[in-house]
Design a protein around this ligand. Structure first.
Ligand code: ASP
Ligand code: MG
Length: 295
């Protein structure tokens, strides 16, 4: 039995939430598991604003946002991880990513120019900072977890930066080769969602909400039995409950119904999320991290 669990930004918004996620993984995982993570809640929005400020060359806001992003991630790392060893391990990924983010944003601000490629370097940093912390939290509850970027996991895309499309067959093959043996040996790959790599080695992003797509792509490559999309609502709903008060929970929907909702802008799902799983009939379950027992 192979499952893919994807945790959205609200599920990993701070140290307490991430430790809770680790407990959920421990409690709900079956035999083989891959975990996919989003950036910390609000971080992708912040990175988009940062890239806009950098493009305009407005130094003060750029520095302010960079400082906030550093503070948030360093704090969440400390809040989440209690053991010296796992802190050090997560910091080994976090520190260079923060440095690279700062260099890229400052470079763009100096030039008042931001190429699509540099923008993706910036946008992809959210998942590259959150995911190693989540991997550390899984290790601290005794699970054998390894952090990988999307590219390292085998998500290979075209170079349509900002809305890159995975080269599906190539990616599936790579994912099978990298994640397959890890999962078989009982390890849990913890993969940064939303991001991929071009064939020439540039970081790309898959478009907003793309972590869901990462999860279903991995599920289809591994011919997984199920995908669980963990978030902060009880399931797929008729509307966003933060906006529409009487939004209803949908007990069950077909792939095409859910796909239509995604394409029509319900925003609950990245538009391509269901393509890989619909083909193989892999069921997707939407689960609330704060109410996991809800069917
Ligand atoms: N962090 C990205 C976003 O906010 C991807 C995702 O969460 O699925 O769009
Ligand atoms: Mg989402």
């Amino acid at each position: 039995m192979t499952s893919v669990f994807k945790f959205g930004g609200t599920s990993v918004k701070d140290g307490k939430c991430i430790r809770h996620v680790a407990k959920l993984v421990e409690a709900y995982r079956k035999e083989h598991l891959v975990v996919v993570c989003s950036a910390l809640d609000g971080v992708t929005d912040e990175l988009i604003l940062l890239s806009e400020d950098a493009r305009k060359g407005t130094e003060r806001p750029v520095e302010e946002r960079l400082r906030r992003l550093r503070v948030i991630h360093e704090r969440v790392l400390r809040q989440t991880l209690r053991q010296q060893q796992s802190r050090r391990r997560a910091a080994r990924f976090l520190a260079p990513t923060l440095d690279q983010l700062e260099r890229t944003a400052r470079g763009a601000a100096t030039l008042r120019e931001l190429t699509p490629r540099s923008k993706d370097l910036i946008l992809s940093s959210g998942e590259r900072m959150s995911t190693p912390i989540v991997a550390g939290a899984l290790s601290e509850v005794g699970l054998k977890a390894d952090y990988l970027t999307g590219g390292e996991a085998g998500v290979i895309t075209d170079d349509n930066f900002g809305d890159a499309m995975p080269l599906v067959e190539t990616s599936k093959l790579q994912i099978q080769q990298t994640l397959g043996p890890m999962v078989e040996s009982g390890r849990i790959p913890v993969v940064a969602g939303y991001i991929g790599l071009t064939q020439t080695g540039d970081l790309t992003t898959l478009g907003r909400g793309g972590s869901d797509f990462t999860a279903t792509l991995i599920a289809s490559a591994l011919i997984a039995d199920e995908v669980w999309i963990w978030s902060d609502v009880d399931g797929l709903m008729t509307a966003d409950p933060r906006i529409v008060k009487d939004a209803r929970l949908l007990k069950q929907v077909s792939y095409s119904e859910a796909g239509e909702m995604a394409v029509l802008g319900a925003k609950a799902l990245h538009p391509r999320t269901l393509e890989p799983v619909a083909e193989l009939g892999i069921p997707d379950r939407f689960t609330n991290t704060l109410n996991p027992r809800n069917e």
